[in-house]
Design a protein around this ligand. Sequence first.
Ligand SMILES: [Zn+2]
Length: 133
Amino acid sequence: MTGHADAERQLDRAERLQRAVARDGPACVWCGRELSGLVRATTDHLVPRVQGGPSWLENEVAACRRCNGERGHASPVDWLLECRARGWPADPAWLRRRLEELDAAVAARGGQRRARPYVQAQLRRVRRLAGTA
Ligand SMILES: [Zn+2]
């Protein structure tokens, strides 16, 4: 069957997105808009792909297309601060939990030589934010 491997990859990606929504709730993690109807869920990577972020559920969150596009390659903490400046409900405590799980996944699986220091630097920043919130 032509394209079978591609179809499986797509399914895996779609399944991960469903699981991210189940984990974080049916709203954009950044702006809080409900992900339904015209506001479609898209996969956003905490550690951007260009920074070596892996395609793991632990690195993936469900965001609306607008936030995904506007964030671009900004770090998750920089983008969280931008969201909050806009009055959106992006939650430092939530981001801290996500980054802690990602850090634990990297520690357990190994590798990720580019993503690992990136995650740890972001974790230090979000812990300072959460501490002063
Ligand atoms: Zn959004």
